[in-house]
Write a protein that binds this ligand. Structure first.
Ligand SMILES: Cc1cc2nc3c(=O)[nH]c(=O)nc-3n(C[C@H](O)[C@H](O)[C@H](O)COP(=O)(O)OP(=O)(O)OC[C@H]3O[C@@H](n4cnc5c(N)ncnc54)[C@H](O)[C@@H]3O)c2cc1C
Length: 389
């Protein structure tokens, strides 16, 4: 059993399968999983608890929301207790791979999967080791957990439900204690076309003295989009963070289809996590959904490994059910909100939506943004989400 990609999805699956007694090899092209930590890694507390994430991977906790914009608007919702965490994504990946190894999985880093093809009852997979040597493996089952790159599954076939892509860039900033406190304990978002056309900006707290400043924008081939680095620099200046030391610069893509109807399997190859569109575009958020995909696939794969390959048939259906109908609705809302957010009229519409949210408390907002409970906010949001308004 070979899993390619030791992100949250692949490392979680390796741990679950090894714990179930399977012989598992987990490979990742990164030589050090603490490097290239591209994800902002904000999660609700329920996900931290559900996945038993240890203190060592938690950089900060948050208990509220701050929204700046559109225009001069500023809104703040704070709860008394923490509502979520911002993880150190590099530490998370390392902990997850170590947990898989402790359960008996073989973990090999710096190993690049160059390609595969179906062969007999299984797969023939070409790997390149850190010293440049090539080797071929013949696993019965192979998992593509390479994230949105879909290095093994490839691009989904053309369909009415194409991939929607958001590009994210994030800088890790070192700031003095007073400035850190200004942004601590809350997730702050900058909304409106004068901040980030067709996207949004954010400031998340990390450990004391460190902030994450980021920007995400949906790709729109039909519109000229200014370079993201320039927008991020403008954000830094407007937020009074211009003289902060930049400790790290990273970024990446979030790519998902909205209805998630793409193939999840090609013969002995199964897709997992972002490779089968589990990342949600509303908040560019996918860690907990990637973990849901491995929790869904693991028992089915264990049954397949025990000689019942038909156990894998319900995988796409079960994963869709686990993500829930609200998942697709929120994707539609994301596409509509972010792509359209480039005119004063769209700013005014967003302003009206946010004014409607002022009656909510911080917990309601978390339910809206993480559980996609639009009906809780009121039926007024639904026509907007569905594009009727
Ligand atoms: C800028 C940004 C901000 C984000 N912020 C958040 C957030 O706040 N909260 C949240 O929940 N999610 C966030 N996400 C999304 C989240 O990070 C992803 O949804 C999540 O990491 C997906 O997990 P995964 O295991 O499916 O894939 P990944 O985490 O992408 O893991 C894939 C792994 O496969 C490896 N790999 C790729 N190709 C090969 C190959 N050919 N051979 C060997 N190894 C290979 C890669 O090195 C990588 O380690 C963000 C994403 C971006 C880009």
């Amino acid at each position: 059993m070979l899993i390619v990609g030791s992100g949250p999805a692949g490392a979680d699956l390796a741990w679950r399968l090894a714990s179930g007694g399977a012989d598992v090899l987990l490979v990742d092209r990164l030589a050090d999983l603490t490097r290239a930590a591209f994800s902002s890694a904000a999660l609700p507390l329920a996900a931290v608890r559900e996945h038993h994430l240890p203190e060592t991977v938690i950089a900060a906790r948050w208990r509220g929301w701050q929204l700046l914009g559109p225009g001069p608007s500023e809104r703040l919702w704070m709860a008394d207790e923490p509502l979520g965490a911002v993880l150190d994504f590099g530490a998370l990946r390392q902990w997850m791979a170590q947990r898989a190894a402790a359960a008996g999985a073989r973990v090999q880093l710096g190993v690049h999967c160059e390609g595969w093809r179906a062969s007999g009852a299984g797969a023939r997979v070409q790997l390149r080791d850190p010293d440049g040597q090539r080797r071929t493996l013949h696993p019965r089952w192979l998992v593509d957990a390479t994230g949105q790159q879909r290095a093994l599954l490839g691009e989904p076939p053309p369909s009415a439900d194409p991939l929607v892509a958001g590009v994210g860039v994030e800088w890790l900033l070192q700031v003095d204690p007073p400035r850190w406190r200004r942004w601590a304990e809350q997730l702050s978002f900058m909304l409106g076309s004068d901040w980030v056309p067709q996207g949004y900006g954010w400031v998340f707290p990390m450990q004391p003295g460190v902030l994450k400043l980021g920007i995400c924008r949906l790709q729109d081939a039909g519109t000229a989009q200014p370079p993201l680095q320039g927008l991020l620099r403008q954000l830094q200046v407007r937020l009074g963070l211009a003289d902060a030391t930049v400790l790290d610069r990273h970024g990446g893509l979030v790519r998902s289809s909205i209805r998630r109807r793409e193939p999840h399997r090609r013969g002995p190859l199964l897709g997992l996590g972002d490779a089968v569109s589990t990342a949600n575009l509303l908040g560019g958020e996918g860690i907990r959904h990637a973990l849901s995909s491995s929790a869904t696939l693991a028992p089915l794969l264990l049954a397949a490994l025990a000689g019942h390959p038909q156990a894998l048939d319900p995988y796409p259906r079960r994963l869709r059910r686990r993500l829930g109908w609200r998942w697709s609705l929120s994707g539609r809302l994301a596409q509509r909100t972010w792509l359209g957010l480039r005119t004063p009229a769209a700013d005014r519409r967003l302003e009206r939506l946010l004014t409607g949210l002022e009656a909510c408390n911080a917990e309601d907002l978390a339910a809206l943004l993480f559980n996609y409970r639009f009906e809780r906010y009121g039926l007024r949001a639904l026509p907007y989400a569905l594009g009727w308004r």
